[in-house]
Design a protein around this ligand. Structure first.
Ligand SMILES: [Zn+2]
Length: 225
């Protein structure tokens, strides 16, 4: 096998990410290099690269001489992540209300339209990706690498927290609330837009049950298939 065959590092990262977001991979589960290399039909070197990215994104902990494990966020960490999101996303919204460009507004509206299509067709993987993606796109359109990188980290951690603590099987931030936020930004109404975002994050956090760890699959192959 050559290094070029099989899925790319990013594809492996996305597959693991989605399996976590869809609650098929449980926090605490060990990601064994050899087993993953067999499942994805790639070299162990590529698996190691993917694990390094997952560690950077806060989804995996690598313990020397023991291996890589899906992180297990505590209730305190879950609350902290949402606390930071409120602060960062408020800043993102305030800036957008001052400076959003027409092309970026179009991108935001197009994104919400994609979310509506995914919802109508009930495509879980798209719904999960697009829901988090909306918040990332807001940060991206501000044009600050730091805010974007910070949000990417926060969204990854939020996905893991949602996977562990979510009350229901739905993963949908909700295109309706996203659409309202976009229209408030379009009207340069920072008061309304920041209020809507705060309400939206309250709503997302309220759907978490921050009192118990859910029982999810231990089976790597079944979770990644
Ligand atoms: Zn949302």
């Amino acid at each position: 096998m050559t290094e070029q065959s099989g899925p790319s590092t990013q594809q492996i990262v996305e597959k693991v990410w989605l399996s976590i977001a869809e609650r098929r991979l449980r926090p605490g589960v060990q990601l064994k290099e050899e087993q993953l290399a067999t499942i994805f039909n790639v070299s162990r070197a590529r698996i190691r690269q993917a694990l390094t990215v997952l560690e950077r994104d806060g989804l995996v902990t690598i313990i020397p001489n023991r291996g890589a494990f899906i992180c297990k966020p505590s209730v305190e960490e879950a609350r902290d992540v949402f606390f930071v999101r409120r602060t960062v996303e408020r800043c993102v919204i305030e800036r957008l209300c001052v400076s959003v460009s027409k092309p970026n507004l179009r991108r935001l509206r197009d994104h919400v339209a994609q979310e509506r299509i995914a919802n109508a067709q009930d495509i879980t993987t798209d719904i999960i990706k697009l829901s988090g993606g909306f918040h990332l796109l807001l940060a991206e359109t501000v044009g600050s690498d730091f805010l974007f990188t910070t949000m990417r980290d926060l969204i990854s951690r939020s996905s893991l927290i949602t996977a562990v603590y979510r009350n229901t099987n739905r993963f949908n931030c909700g295109p309706d609330e996203h659409a309202e936020i976009v229209e408030a930004i379009a009207n340069n109404d920072a008061v309304k837009a920041t209020h809507l975002m705060a309400h939206h994050l309250d709503h997302v956090e309220s759907e978490l049950d921050l009192s118990e760890i859910r029982d999810l699959s231990h089976d790597l192959r079944a979770a990644l298939s």
